[in-house]
Design a binder for this molecule. Sequence first.
Ligand code: ARG
Length: 629
Amino acid sequence: MSSPDLPTIEAADPANFPLDSFKIAIAVVLSNALHLPLSTAFSGVDYGKKGVDFTVAVPRFRLKANPAELIENFTSTFTPNHYLERCIGDAAFLHFYVRTPTLLKLVLDRIHLPPSPSRPSFGSNVQGTGKKVIVEFSSPNIAKPFHAGHLRSTIIGTVLSNISEANGWDVVRMNYLGDWGKQFGLLAVGFERYGSEELLAQNAIMHLFDVYVRVNRDAAHEKESSQQRLTDEKAREVFRKMESGDEATLSLWRRFRELSIKKYQEVYNRLHVRFDVYAGESLVRSERIQAAMAALEAKNLLTDKTSKESDTNWKETKAALKKGVPDSVDDGDEDDASGEAPAKAVDLSQWKLGKPVVQKPDGTTIYIMRDIAGAFQRYEEYKFDKMIYVVGNQQEAHVAQFFRILSLLDAPFADRLEHVSFGKVNGMSTRKGDVKFLEEILDMAKEAMLAQMQQKEDKFQDVEDPDATADQIGMTCVKIQDMRAKRIHSYNFEPQRMTSFEGDTGAYLQYAHVRLRSVERRVAPTVVLPDDLSQINLDLLAEPKAREIVFILGTYPDVVRTALKTYEPSNIVSFSFRLSHAISSAWETLIVMGQERELAQARLFLYTSARDVLASAMRLLSLSPLSRM
Ligand code: ARG
């Protein structure tokens, strides 16, 4: 039976959001009874709580009549239709229950429709069509550790890119490498002393980090023992040469960069992370930086700043330097500001953003200026409609500063910038106190999973590639731990808990998917789905559990849309667990095996649909849904 026509409402898109049909149906009865414009009525329909499908808070319409009377009238005259089954009043609320057969049909049909341009695969929508977003994420610093902040940025950025795409946006995934600054002068000096071509080829990231730590030690030693600071002076000189385009020094640096990217890519591939562009601080053109400086000058935004004034910009670097290895790319240090000439700064105290230095006394460029000029450069190149910076909250001030400066410069794209911030990870460190390299963390999670899998001998034998499977589950655990909560919360890195099968972990999620797969395998070939899915008798899915699962499935496109509004991967994670829990509580009532054929088929269809949607959500989260484990 086909569904009766519903009016079109601009804010609704029932082709991609099947539950919108019910919202429209509610809006129709509301607008008739309460004499409201359809669109107003539509915007008042929310999801209900605790078993209620939809709820309308009547006072939000600010009607003149008494709400209690209105509700009484409404409910007593309500007549069920093809979409709506029941309506009850509850204080100032109207609760609606939709008609189950219509729900099952609309949702399950939509899940299996082949995609077309205006009707992409289930969960996706077209609201971003024709718009371009740059998502900048990961952005590690060459020769420095890939730390937990970079890992979070990598995970969150990848997922936000996927979510943007699912909402129809054209996405440019950009990695903004920390590949410029005085530290590369230091690294070049270090490489001359301690470098090995062989080790560089083997693992550039690891080797350059080693070299960097050693040469930093030299510099620190000279400083402490009040010797002449040869290392530092030389580093400065080399960096000056780089900034003035000296080919010999640049070619060494270029090799560092290329080999590091190659190594990063190995790890990114493992993580199912990819980039369209490897940008970097080094690629911000100096003409662009000069133009931005000139614009600051022209707008009278520059002030002098002496080294005595405290500087929010440099604090972090100084603290990191004390710990041995500077972690932030910010290349300012106390010596640079102590020369005769003052540094140039922009006074943002009016916005409580301090007075960030934008040019050092010796004229070399600085982190924040590269961000300012870099944003102009990206706009010229991509004409983006939106640009998202996925950067931890330790750089909150830095990002707020350069966003503010861009708007003071009247950059035409200033209101298209978003900072997606996130909290810290505690406890992600080795005994030595260094931040663990990403690979070590992934290996550890993988080993933990392998050990657990081996305990279930019978199943373990069926797993084709235990190593690869353990790796996938391990990475799922790392990612889920990271994205479970709202991103602004910091969390403790807890390997034990993270890799457990109990609780809302990555292992649990993979298991939920594997179990759905295994039902399909076990009942075949006795029970298989017909080629023509419309032959399946949905009326047989009469149990409340089945309805509950289908309703959750129906909310998926909404979840994907909301996740883009909030920039919260946790929205997708919560949905995945909600669905998995509903499925896991259905196994005992909705049995497929040994049932009469038509019933078995209907139930199998439900599980297959659930698996499709769960797999889709997992892929958005950059996970590979597994078939066996
Ligand atoms: N490379 C920087 C760091 O590790 C992060 C870059 C953030 N993005 C930016 N546009 N500043 O600290």
